[in-house]
Design a protein around this ligand. Structure first.
Ligand code: NAP
Length: 495
C-alpha cells in the first residue's frame, strides 16, 4: 500500500514495493502534488511497476486524506483503471454514480469501511455488497476486541464457499489476526505498509512482517497456531523469536500477537471445544500481563511449578484441554546455571513482585540460600513468609556479601528509569555475579557498574530467550535455535 504524499516519493515506493509485494495499491488521496483532473498523470506512477496495481482515491467520509470533487475523483478511478491499472477501489456508497460512468466491472473493487464501530451486521453487509456487480468485494471494519474478528473470519468462510473474490479485514490492534491469517482463509489479499509510520489503517502490519515474519504465503487452514495473549502485546519480542524459530525448522506453525482484554470471552470464543467460534488449529500460547494469574480458573490442568508459583505464562492445548505451565522459573535459572552451580550459593533477590516469585522459587528448588530486598517490607512479607526466606529493606543491600545479586525490579529499564541502578556500588566490591532481569537496554546501568567492578554479568535478554525456548519445546516438542531467537529479539527490540 503506497501512502506517500508526493509523486516522486510514491514512484520510489512503487519501485521498492515491486521487490517486496505481490500487488500494489496506490492511495492517490495521500498525494498533495497530484493533478487529479488529468487521468494521464497516473501513468507516471503505474509505469514504475510490473506488478498488478489497484488505484484508490478514498472519499473523505471513508478515511480519505483530502476532499476531491466527485466529478473528478470517480472518472479518474474508472478511466484510470481502464487505461493504467488492474483495479480501482470504489466505496459501495458511490456505486450508483460509478455505474453511470460505465466502469469495467472486471476491474472494480467495491468496498465498505467502518472506522467507528465493530459492525454487528456483517452478514447483511455481505449480502448488500455482493448485489453490486464487481470483480472483488471488500470490507474493512473496526475491531475493539479480538472477538470482533470472528464475524470477519465467518464472512471469509462464506465467500470462499460462494467462490467469490473477497477481502475482509478487522482494523485496529485486536484485528491483526485477520491481516495475518486472512489469505489462508480465502481473503483475496491482505494489506501491508512499508513501515508502521506509513500504515494507512490502524493495526496494519508491514509487508516485511507479513512475508518474512508471519510467512503468510505459506499459511493454510492446517497451519498450527500459537501466539501471545495479553494487553498490550504490540511491544512483545515473542512473535519475532518464535516465528524465526519456526521458519528455521521449516515448521508449519505461526505465532500471532493477540490483544486480549477479556480472558473469559477468549476462552469461550476461541478455545473451549463446545463454545468456540474460531475454526483453527490452536496449539497453545504465551500469557502476559494482565492475565498470568487471572487465566488460572479457565485452565483444565495446571502443572506443578505453575500451580505452586500461582502464575501461568504458557498454555498448551492438548486433546482439547488447556494446560498451564510456567517457563519463567526455568527460564530465569538457565542463564545462571550456565555460569555457576546454584546449590548453597547465597543469593540476594531485589524486588518482591511477579518475576521475583519465579526467581525465588527456582533458586530454592536448586537449594540456593535466598534473601529478598524490598522497598515495602509490609507488602513483601507474605512472599518472604511463604518461602521462609530472609526479608531485608533496600538500604541493607550495601552490606550484602551474597555471591549472586539479581535485580527483579524495573529500575534501569528503558522508559522507566534508564541510567539508574538499585544496587549501590559498595555492594559490588566483592564481585558477585550480577543478573538483571531488565533486558532493555541490553546493558543496564547496574550491569555496567557491575562490569566495571569486575563482576560477571547476565542480561535479562538471556531469560527472555530461555523462557521462550522452553515454551517452543512445550508446543512443538522440538528444540529451537536459541541464538537465532536471541538475534530476532535483539532486532525487534532494536538493541
Ligand atoms: P512487578 O510484579 O510489578 O514487580 C516489581 C517489583 O519491583 C515490586 O516488588 C516493586 O515493589 C519493585 N519496584 C518497582 N519500582 C521500584 C523502585 N523504584 N524501587 C524499589 N523497588 C521497586 O514486575 P515484574 O513482572 O516482576 O517485572 C519486573 C521487571 O523484570 C520488569 O522490568 C520486567 O521487564 C522484568 N522482567 C524480565 C523478564 C525477562 O524475561 N528478562 C521476565 C519478567 C520480568 P512494590 O511491590 O513495592 O511496588
Amino acid at each position: 500500500m503506497i501512502t506517500e504524499s508526493t509523486i516522486e516519493a510514491a514512484r520510489l515506493a512503487m519501485r521498492r514495493a515491486t521487490i517486496q509485494a505481490d500487488m500494489i495499491e496506490i492511495r492517490l488521496d495521500y498525494l498533495t502534488d497530484f493533478d487529479f483532473s488529468r487521468v494521464e498523470n497516473l501513468q507516471t506512477l503505474t509505469a514504475e511497476t510490473t506488478l498488478p496495481t489497484i488505484i484508490t482515491c478514498r472519499h473523505i467520509a471513508e478515511g480519505g486524506k483530502q476532499k476531491i470533487d466527485e466529478a473528478i475523483r470517480l472518472p479518474l478511478l474508472i478511466e484510470g483503471a481502464k487505461r493504467y491499472a488492474d483495479f480501482c477501489d470504489i466505496e459501495a456508497a458511490h456505486y450508483e454514480e460509478t455505474i453511470k460512468l460505465q466502469p469495467d466491472i472486471d476491474k472494480l473493487i467495491v468496498s465498505y469501511h467502518d472506522f467507528e464501530e465493530p459492525s454487528k451486521n456483517l452478514p447483511e453487509i455481505y449480502e448488500q455488497l455482493i448485489k453490486l456487480p464487481a470483480a472483488i468485494h471488500k470490507f474493512a471494519v473496526r475491531s475493539n476486541a479480538i472477538g470482533d474478528t470472528l464475524p470477519v473470519f465467518k464472512i471469509l468462510e462464506r465467500a470462499r464457499h460462494d467462490d467469490r473474490k473477497f477481502i475482509a479485514i478487522a482494523m485496529n490492534e485486536p484485528g491483526i489476526i485477520t491481516r495475518i491469517l486472512g489469505c489462508s482463509r480465502g481473503s483475496f489479499l491482505t494489506y501491508g505498509s512499508f513501515d508502521k509510520a506509513k500504515a494507512s489503517a490502524p493495526g496494519q502490519v508491514t509487508i516485511d512482517e507479513l512475508r518474512q515474519l508471519y510467512r503468510i504465503h505459506q499459511l493454510t487452514d492446517e497451519t498450527n497456531i500459537t501466539g501471545i495473549i495479553g494487553n498490550p502485546v504490540s511491544h512483545s519480542a515473542s512473535p519475532a523469536m518464535h516465528n524465526r524459530a519456526f521458519a528455521a525448522l521449516s515448521l508449519d506453525w505461526v505465532y500471532l500477537p493477540m490483544e486480549v482484554s477479556n480472558i473469559r470471552a477468549f476462552f469461550e470464543d476461541f478455545i473451549k471445544p463446545h463454545s468456540r467460534r474460531m475454526n483453527w488449529k490452536l496449539q497453545g500460547f504465551s500469557v502476559t500481563i494482565p492475565h498470568k494469574i487471572s487465566i488460572m480458573p479457565f485452565l483444565n490442568e495446571i502443572n506443578r511449578t505453575a500451580g505452586q508459583i500461582g502464575a501461568v505464562n504458557t498454555v498448551v492445548i492438548r486433546d482439547d484441554k488447556a494446560i498451564g505451565y510456567n517457563t519463567d522459573v526455568d527460564g530465569a535459572m538457565q542463564p545462571l546455571e550456565k555460569v555457576c552451580r546454584l546449590a548453597d550459593q547465597s543469593c540476594a533477590v531485589i524486588g518482591a513482585g511477579g518475576s521475583a516469585r519465579a526467581v525465588i522459587f527456582g533458586l530454592l528448588e536448586r537449594q540456593a540460600k535466598v534473601s529478598v530486598f524490598a522497598r515495602n517490607i509490609e507488602k513483601a512479607k507474605p512472599l518472604a513468609d511463604e518461602f521462609a526466606i530472609e526479608l531485608l529493606p533496600l538500604d541493607e543491600l550495601e552490606k550484602t556479601q551474597a555471591s549472586i545479586l539479581i535485580n527483579t525490579t524495573p529500575i534501569g529499564m528503558q522508559g522507566h528509569s534508564i541510567d539508574s541502578s538499585i544496587v549501590p556500588l559498595n555492594a559490588l566490591n566483592h564481585q558477585p555475579i550480577v543478573y538483571d532481569l531488565v533486558y532493555n537496554p541490553l546493558e543496564t546501568r547496574l550491569l555496567k557498574d557491575a562490569r566495571e567492578a569486575g563482576c560477571q554479568t547476565i542480561s535479562g535478554l538471556e531469560m527472555l530467550v530461555a523462557q521462550a525456548g522452553l515454551q517452543f519445546k512445550l508446543w512443538t516438542g522440538k528444540t529451537p535455535d536459541l541464538e537465532l531467537m536471541k538475534t530476532a529479539a535483539l532486532e525487534k527490540l532494536k538493541l
